[in-house]
Write a protein that binds this ligand. Structure first.
Ligand SMILES: Cc1cc2nc3c(=O)[nH]c(=O)nc-3n(C[C@H](O)[C@H](O)[C@H](O)COP(=O)(O)OP(=O)(O)OC[C@H]3O[C@@H](n4cnc5c(N)ncnc54)[C@H](O)[C@@H]3O)c2cc1C
Length: 391
């Protein structure tokens, strides 16, 4: 393919990965990101497997290892805060041959952004696509501010609610599968909450909460709540959260009420995206835009990076965009489809239900986090890179 201009909608994990790789292959990527700058809000993520593999190929693992939070333990606690299943984070690291870190989504975005800036990728913040029109030799793009571009191809890396997908493939509803859960996450001062050096997970029927120390002063709180589908646009996120945690034990309710709403709050449904085709004409989708797995898979950022990496490589390899897009889809889609089906199967188990047997859940957790079984358990959750044989 000619060394041409490629427009990427979305400066998140997939978009920045793709832009860096395209630039390295001699293309001229332009990233448009609707936010005015890198987003501050973000939840904690486990990073290993395919994501680590791509980061290694991109030369980013040193930067990843430098991200550090004061977390030494992971513990499931009961309503008094007493752990009933506990494992050192080092056990996870060992099970993954030290190719593992936990970091916040903004950390990963910052590492990619630093690299994109070093590579001199053009990134336009507070910009987004209004309309797209394909012609014989490219795509004419009109931006929301009235600006225009003519590019060879457009890549939609604009997340689960992708605008590019809507413009080219149609309404989100036809590809979306709601898994019955909502996710709320925010940062706040630690106050007197007993987090110490541990990721503490507390579960009750229909709700799960995770608390992490960020530093000596601050903590991250993530809530996963089972609820019938609601219209996200018409719901006050904090009011929704507080209503859902009324009556919750340990610190689950108190943290939601102590949060003062100053730091940004993440609020979204756990909704998978399933598409028969990831590309049409001169437009291709990557990351959550075409294959959102939701947090239940714990591998969305891995697949987002894989998507950006493989698509850039295939565009370099092929003389035309059709073959490049088809090759990209053939490499990655079967893996993403399999992971999506797997995490949808686990959706009802992820957060306990009223009918769940707590003793069985605790036994399973203790087994999964035990030293002899952790390595095996992590294989089920994506320890092996899906790109192991891809060059
Ligand atoms: C609570 C939680 C925990 C998670 N934990 C993990 C984990 O442990 N491990 C893991 O690998 N993954 C995890 N994930 C999933 C992971 O965060 C996502 O799958 C990943 O970020 C997807 O990357 P993306 O680039 O496709 O989309 P995003 O990261 O969502 O980026 C999309 C970008 O596009 C921008 N954008 C949106 N619309 C437009 C528009 N119209 N124009 C221009 N730009 C636009 C957005 O502002 C954003 O910057 C978790 C997710 C959640 C919610």
């Amino acid at each position: 393919m000619n060394r041409t201009r490629v427009l990427i909608s979305g400066g998140g994990i997939a978009g920045l990965t793709c832009a860096i790789e395209l630039k390295r292959h001699g293309f001229t990527p332009i990233v448009v990101e609707k936010e005015p700058g890198p987003r501050a809000e973000g939840y904690m993520m486990d990073f290993f497997g395919t994501g680590w593999d791509v980061a290694e190929r991109m030369g980013l693992t040193e930067a990843l290892r430098q991200v550090c939070y004061p977390i030494d333990w992971l513990a499931f606690v009961d309503r008094t805060g007493t752990p009933y299943c506990r494992a050192p984070v080092d056990r996870l690291r060992e099970a993954l041959d030290n190719r593992y870190t936990y970091l916040r989504r903004p950390d990963l975005e910052r590492i990619l952004l630093d690299e994109a800036r070093r590579a001199k990728v053009e990134i336009r913040y507070a910009a987004s696509i209004e309309s797209l029109h394909e012609d014989a030799d490219g795509v004419s793009v009109v931006f929301k501010d009235g600006g225009r571009e003519h590019v060879a191809v457009v890549i939609g890396a604009d997340g689960v609610h992708s605008r590019v997908r809507e413009l080219v493939f149609g309404a989100e509803a036809q590809f979306a599968r709601f898994l019955g859960l909502y996710v709320v996450a925010f940062h706040m001062p630690r106050g007197g909450f007993p987090i110490a050096d541990t990721v503490k997970i507390y579960e009750e029927p229909d709700r799960m909460t995770m608390f992490y120390p960020l530093d000596r002063e601050r903590m991250d709180a993530t809530y996963i709540l089972r609820h019938a589908e609601i219209d996200l646009r018409h719901n006050d996120r904090l009011a929704f959260l507080r209503e859902q945690v009324n009556g919750a034990r340990w610190i689950a309710r108190d943290v939601a009420y102590a949060y003062d709403g100053d730091a940004p709050i993440y609020f979204d449904s756990a909704t998978q995206i399933e598409m028969p085709q990831w590309h049409r004409g001169r437009v291709a989708l990557i990351g959550d835009a075409c294959g959102c797995l939701t947090l239940l898979a714990g591998q969305g950022s891995h697949m987002a990076m894989a998507g950006g990496y493989v698509l850039a490589r295939e565009l370099k390899r092929h003389a035309d965009h059709e073959s490049a897009f088809a090759a990209y889809q053939a490499v990655l889609k079967p893996h993403v489809d399999a992971k999506r089906r797997q995490s949808a199967r686990y959706a009802s188990l992820f957060v306990p239900q009223k009918s769940s047997w707590p003793w069985l859940r605790r036994l399973t957790l203790r087994m999964l986090f035990s030293k002899p079984l952790m390595k095996y358990g992590m294989r089920l959750f994506g320890a092996q890179s899906v790109l192991a044989d891809y060059r």
